[in-house]
Design a protein around this ligand. Structure first.
Ligand SMILES: [Fe+2]
Ligand SMILES: [Fe+2]
Length: 369
């Protein structure tokens, strides 16, 4: 008899979530290499694989207070709580620097937790693409992406676990986004939702954190994750632009609606309410004060982040031909939402190589620079 009991069904279910994938798996007999750009991308992916154990220095001592002093410098949640402190009846009225620093740490943990959960979602969607895409070059590439996403999930989980403490649950917004992509029976929708929307979003979020953080382990981790992500977005653009050249207007309209639905109409991203519980304030109590503070600061909750996101998303979507199909249907919708300002920013199919920090570090090591 062992002293460890098998988990009950209820315990098992608390640790997992079941999602049904409705897409058909495709086995192809065509092994000929036909897509030069995907071959190039696959070769780069193989050459730029990095090692989560040996390429990152996990012995780095991370001081959470030092970490948030730079990484969270412009954190909106903390800024709003500070502004809400002096409102009448504020739940933050007795807070001092200690509490605001702790909020900053919790807020960073919540963000890194969403990165971790999102990466697991990306791993599942990349694996789904391996199964559902009809082209051998794309199956090969998606297999490398699946490995990349495993490494990303692993490093965010390890950073949280060894340096910061307990992660937060997945936000309902992100959970719903990923569930829809895993369930969908159209193979290109997984690509469109993950490679074009969520990964453009990841490029923006990781890039924003990389620009401000001075903690060396997180910095290197983000540089390496970003260099993979840029390749993933390029993979989506190169594959889908070929497919979309041959779809009917009705099929393209469907994809344009998907883009509008998942960008404009979902612009309000939910935060992680559990942060407030850990800070001893209920989310319900905190929210009206944060909203009021937001109106007095005259600052939209996610402006900086949205700018970074749209500057990737819009040129990438343009490159797919989805802006102008059906008499510019998506161009009209995004134009009304003020998103076209970024139409001619660099698209990731053309600039992904500039992100390759792994290749840059290896070249520097070889030449001794
Ligand atoms: Fe990733
Ligand atoms: Fe990715």
């Amino acid at each position: 008899m062992t002293d460890v009991e098998a988990p009950s069904t209820a315990e098992m279910n608390a640790d997992i979530k079941l999602i049904t994938d409705n897409a058909e798996r495709i086995f192809t007999w065509k092994y000929d290499r036909e897509r030069d750009q995907l071959i190039t991308l696959y070769n780069k992916a193989m050459a730029s694989q990095w090692d989560s154990i040996n390429d990152l220095d996990w012995a780095t001592d991370v001081d959470p207070e030092f970490l948030v002093a730079t990484t969270q410098r412009d954190n909106v949640t903390v800024e709003l709580a500070r502004a809400a402190k002096d409102l009448p009846g504020s739940p933050f009225k007795n807070w001092g620097e200690k509490e605001f620093t702790q909020l900053s740490i919790e807020s960073l943990k919540a963000t890194l937790s969403q990165f971790m959960h999102g990466e697991q979602g990306a791993m599942m969607v990349a694996a789904k693409i391996v199964e559902t895409v009809p082209w051998i070059d794309a199956k090969y590439y998606a297999a490398t992406q699946t490995m990349d996403e495993a490494r990303h999930t692993e490093v965010f989980a390890k950073y949280l676990h060894t340096k910061l403490g307990d992660p937060y649950p997945m936000s309902p917004y992100l959970e719903e986004q990923i569930q829809v992509l895993v369930e969908d029976d159209r193979w290109d929708i997984s690509y469109l939702g993950m490679q074009i929307i969520i990964e453009s979003l990841a490029l923006a979020a990781f890039g924003q954190m990389l620009r401000v953080t001075e903690e060396p382990l997180l910095k290197k981790l983000l540089r390496y994750v970003l260099s993979d992500e840029a390749r993933h977005v390029a993979f989506g653009i190169l594959s889908l632009s070929e497919l979309y050249e041959n779809l009917t207007s009705a099929e393209l309209l469907d994809r344009q609606e998907f883009m509008a639905e998942n960008t404009i109409r979902n612009r309000t991203r939910s935060t992680t309410p559990e942060i407030w519980e850990r800070m001893g304030v209920s989310a319900k109590e905190a929210t009206p004060f944060l909203m009021e503070a937001a109106s007095t600061l005259d600052r939209s909750y996610f402006t900086g982040f949205q700018t970074a996101f749209f500057s990737k998303l819009v040129p990438n979507t343009r490159k797919l031909g989805l802006l102008d199909a059906n008499d510019g249907h998506l161009r009209k919708l995004w134009g009304e939402a003020g998103m076209l300002e970024w139409e001619f920013a660099d698209n990731t199919a053309d600039d992904y190589d500039t992100y390759d920090a792994v290749a840059a570090d290896r070249a520097a090591a070889t030449t001794g620079v």
